[in-house]
Design a binder for this molecule. Structure first.
Ligand SMILES: Cc1cc2nc3c(=O)[nH]c(=O)nc-3n(C[C@H](O)[C@H](O)[C@H](O)COP(=O)(O)O)c2cc1C
Length: 149
């Protein structure tokens, strides 16, 4: 016999299943400097809040890695927009799938500048272990916990 609590539990699970994350790397075009990204982020964060998107943007010497998390439709729609943005190129999807929780729930888009060695380590880890793509997020979380703001 199903109770009200069972139904609520099922509903909670279905909503959790719809939470999605997508991680990509790209190369910034010449005008998309670190300073320009900081300037643009003010506007993007307002949009992300409206869309229910949270995430992380890592920048390293012209290379970008971005984590988008939120409702699957919102994530895919924003990724399509970002993918068509002429300010960067060579987008490579590193992860794309459902997640139980947001890893960057407090951030409408956190940005960090990282050194080339750390950036390479993060991207190479994801490329060298495609069958373990889920490992990228714990790696990013551990990395973010390591480096003070
Ligand atoms: C590296 C990169 C990251 C971006 N991240 C976001 C983002 O998190 N949220 C967002 O709304 N737009 C982001 N954009 C901008 C979008 O591509 C697009 O220009 C913007 O959403 C359009 O907003 P507008 O129609 O209000 O001008 C990003 C662009 C680049 C190049």
């Amino acid at each position: 016999m199903s109770t009200k609590n069972d139904k609520f539990g099922m509903l909670t699970s279905v909503v959790a299943m719809l939470l999605h994350h997508l991680i990509y790397s790209s190369t910034a075009n010449i005008n998309l400097t670190e300073a320009e990204l900081h300037r643009l982020l003010d506007h993007w964060r307002i949009k992300n809040t409206q869309l229910g998107i949270t995430g992380l943007l890592l920048y390293s010497e012209g290379h970008i890695l971005q984590v988008l998390e939120g409702d699957a439709d919102a994530v895919y729609s924003l990724y399509a927009t970002i993918g068509g943005d002429p300010r960067h190129r060579s987008l490579t999807k590193l992860a794309d799938g459902p997640v139980a929780n947001r890893a960057f729930a407090d951030w409408s888009m956190q940005m960090r500048t990282v050194d080339a060695a750390d950036f390479t380590r993060i991207v190479l880890t994801s490329n060298s272990m495609p069958e373990h793509i889920g490992n990228l997020l714990p790696l990013l979380e551990a990395f973010m916990a390591e480096v003070p703001l």
